[in-house]
Design a protein around this ligand. Sequence first.
Ligand SMILES: Cc1ncc(COP(=O)(O)O)c(C=O)c1O
Length: 413
Amino acid sequence: MLKFNNNVPFIEGTSLNDIMKVCQTPFYIYSQDLITKKVEMTKKALGNKIFFSVKSNSNQAILKLMQSLDIGADVVSIGELKRAISAGFHPNKIIFEGVGKSKNDLIYASQKNIHLINAESLEEIKLIEKIAGDTNKKINIGIRLNPNIDGGTIKKISTGKKTDKFGIEIEDIKNIINLIKNCSNIKLIGISCHIGSQISDINAYKNTFLEMKKAADKFVEAGINIKHVDLGGGFHVKYNGNDQEFNINDIKKELDQCFINSTYELSFEPGRYLIAEAGILVTSILTKKQNGGINYLIVDAGMNTLIRPAMYNAHHNIEAINKKSEKLINYAIAGPICESSDIFLNNIELPEQNIDDILIIKDTGAYGKVMSSNYNSRTLPPEVIVHKDKFAMIFIPEKIEKNILEDIIPTWM
Ligand SMILES: Cc1ncc(COP(=O)(O)O)c(C=O)c1O
């Protein structure tokens, strides 16, 4: 996403230097053009029924952009639902799911008349039925099924195996059908699944599609008119040159084969795929040192700014803006947080770097800012979006003084 013009780094038609005049590192930048292209490409491959997974990036400017590109929103909390509505999504283009929803969450979502609420347990179906009865309102629901498929991704982001906490076991369909038949206030209109994130194995998709088709047919045979089959997100992003190749058109081929002659409305809920590569994290080098023969560059972004490397051992490529030196040095890039896991990359060769030089941590548009925290009493990173030769700050820098005022010391102390 970063292009150099006479050694000056540009995002679209905007120079990074101009952004740096008004924004202090560390901060995120998104390219509106790249997001738009990825959404259009995904719609072209899979059709219009795309619900952006808000958890991957919930900034309202990003949501507004997604909404303007005519896709829906997939939310997993009332906070995300409120953000999506406030950014302009029509409620009938919002799906609400999540493995644990409170009674108040369900009441709120049902009052908003969203597209559907996905139930993830038999108990939750009963609760929604009760809420619908108590509030005298017909509620459209979907059921998130757990198809017991291993997506071949890392354990921490696997969600579709029987032992994972998500969804209702697919073998429980008979029990779901019996329960639904005894419910008079809710209407089951869809089923969904999501087997995990960063999935490149085409067979995992194929097996999921086949299981979901079989499941939908079972409901229909039992007289329950399933209209929507939501096949989740999880599309793979190439963070590393060695990563598996993933082509969204291969998904389309499997989809057409598995759902041949069926009339279900098929939808997807990708997050990462739509936005990861359209974001970068800009960070400055605070200091450098050699410990035990390792050349550390300590930068001002840390695991509080981008937690994926510390949490999942995730790889993000890093590029130096200063490429002047011909001497390549093997560096470890670490954050300032007081944790040994606060390392972005070990063993990266870069031209020799100096204090205050800028590094770019790539492909950080998804699960970046949304997972940032105030750990070590650091502030959340600002965010900027670029559109051609314009840019705008879309999340203003926090003030630590304001955060400090949010704590209350009791009067007896
Ligand atoms: C239910 C559900 N749908 C969609 C997604 C989006 O996944 P991804 O960002 O990998 O596409 C997630 C993320 O884990 C999820 O839990």
